[in-house]
Design a protein around this ligand. Structure first.
Ligand SMILES: Cc1cc2nc3c(=O)[nH]c(=O)nc-3n(C[C@H](O)[C@H](O)[C@H](O)COP(=O)(O)O)c2cc1C
Length: 227
């Protein structure tokens, strides 16, 4: 078969990072079914390095409030437990990063130099973009870098499974730098590190920021055939 099944292609293409959610709740059974499917992701010697904290209701509000209190402090030292972004930004990554930020801000009517509104928009990360479900992912500190490859597969499978249930997501490195707050709020063991967070719920179709649809370079640009 040469063509990709339409259903699968539609599922993959319909996953976009959603940054404003409706308040409609998600059933616990649905969450468990999605997580069970995500756990079908492969991992080196089947290590399954993922640990997932699901936050709803008061626990989600409490984490949001605790992080936003720190976010308001200019003195809070922010450092993730692993390098997600590069230390210095070079092309083509710098241009792609700018395109992403400008695309989001222009949809929201935020001017280029309006750092106050940009900061407010970034703070919405810590409200899980109003999603009814917030997820925090952790990994055993003793595992190798390769386990983060496994984690990526788990996260993508999770996001696609969510789409199959009509749900949307936004995976968030924004939580990494607040790992001390996340750790104390959720009682995460010292042996675990915070990999990222994720918002999950039903997308608000009227929200301008949810119209962000970012392009990809074609496969012919990044694929090197060796015949
Ligand atoms: C591991 C990871 C962390 C991310 N962290 C954030 C984040 O903290 N906040 C945010 O708004 N988007 C975050 N994103 C979303 C990316 O900006 C988004 O995936 C990218 O711009 C492509 O857009 P798309 O997901 O809509 O296709 C993250 C994506 C990944 C894969």
């Amino acid at each position: 078969m040469n063509s990709i099944p339409a259903d699968f292609s539609e599922l993959v293409r319909s996953r976009r990072s959603i940054r404003r959610f409706l308040p409609d709740p998600v059933e616990r059974d649905t969450l468990l079914a999605i997580l069970d499917l995500a756990a079908r992701a492969p991992s080196g010697v089947n290590m399954q390095p993922w640990q997932v904290h699901v936050l709803t209701g008061e626990s989600k509000t409490a984490l949001s409030e605790a992080i936003l209190a720190e976010y308001a402090q200019p003195t809070f030292e922010r450092k993730a437990e692993y390098d997600y972004y590069p230390e210095s930004w070079e092309e083509p990554y710098l241009g792609r990063r700018r395109h992403t930020g400008l695309g989001l801000y222009s949809l929201l009517g935020i001017e280029k130099k309006d750092t106050v509104r940009m900061r407010e928009q970034w703070a919405r990360n810590y409200l899980f973009f109003d999603a009814p479900v917030g997820l925090i992912f952790t990994i055993d500190k003793g595992l190798g870098q390769g386990s983060l490859i496994d984690y990526g597969g788990f996260l993508q499978t999770l996001m696609l499974a969510a789409r199959a249930w009509g749900l949307h997501t936004c995976v968030q490195a924004a939580f990494c730098e607040f790992h001390p707050v996340v750790r104390s709020q959720l009682g995460i063991a010292a042996t675990q590190k915070v990999v990222c967070g994720m918002s999950m719920g039903y997308a608000d179709p009227a929200a301008p920021e949810n119209a962000l649809d970012l392009p990809r370079v074609p496969a012919s640009d990044f694929t090197h055939f060796h015949d």
